[in-house]
Write a protein that binds this ligand. Structure first.
Ligand code: ZN
Length: 169
C-alpha cells in the first residue's frame, strides 16, 4: 500500500496516510481531517463541523452531569435540613444549639424546683434534660454531616466545571 506523508492541518503533526484514505483522525490532536488533493499536492483540511459537533455533544454531556450533581445535592440537602415547629426548614448549624441549651436549663430548673415541692415531679425535669441533650447531639451530628456533604458536592461541581470551562492558566 502506498503511503503519503502529510501534515495535520490543525496541529502540524506529521501523518503517514495510505494514499487512498480520505478521512482520518489526527493521532496527536484528535482533529477530524479530510485529505484533499489537487494536481500538484495532497494536504489535510480540518473538518470543522465534525470537530464542533463533537465538542457540542461533550459540552451537553457535561452540562447534564452538572445538573445531576446539583439534583443529587438538592435531594441530600432536603434530608439534612432541620424543620422547626412552624414548618420552616433551615440548615443545621450552631444557632439551633441555643434552643437545646435553653431546654436543658429549663429542665434543670424544673428538677431542682420540683425536688423541693413534689419529688416525683422531678422525673419530668430529668426526662426533659435527657431529651434535650439527645436532640443536641443529633443536631451536632447533622450539622457536621451537612458541612461534609456540602463540601463534597462543591468538589464534584468544580471537577465538572473544570471540564466545561477551559482552565485560566
Ligand atoms: Zn493534529
Amino acid at each position: 500500500m502506498k503511503i503519503i506523508s502529510l501534515a495535520c492541518n490543525n496541529c502540524g503533526a506529521p501523518l503517514d496516510v495510505p494514499v487512498k484514505t480520505r478521512f482520518l483522525t489526527c493521532n496527536f490532536c484528535d482533529a477530524k481531517l479530510e485529505v484533499q488533493r489537487n494536481e500538484s499536492a495532497s494536504f489535510t483540511a480540518v473538518l470543522e463541523s465534525v470537530n464542533e459537533l463533537r465538542s457540542d455533544v461533550q459540552e451537553l454531556k457535561l452540562k447534564s452531569e452538572l445538573e445531576q450533581v446539583d439534583r443529587d445535592w438538592e435531594r441530600e440537602r432536603g434530608e439534612l435540613l432541620v424543620t422547626d415547629k412552624h414548618g420552616r426548614s433551615s440548615v443545621p448549624s450552631g444557632i439551633h444549639l441555643v434552643g437545646v441549651v435553653v431546654a436543658v436549663a429549663f429542665g434543670v430548673f424544673w428538677t431542682i424546683f420540683a425536688a423541693n415541692m413534689a419529688p416525683f415531679m422531678a422525673i419530668f425535669g430529668i426526662l426533659f434534660v435527657v431529651v434535650a441533650v439527645i436532640n443536641g447531639v443529633s443536631l451536632q451530628r447533622k450539622a457536621a454531616l451537612y458541612r461534609e456533604r456540602k463540601q463534597s458536592w462543591e468538589e464534584r461541581r468544580r471537577r465538572v466545571l473544570q471540564q466545561i470551562l477551559p482552565s485560566a492558566d
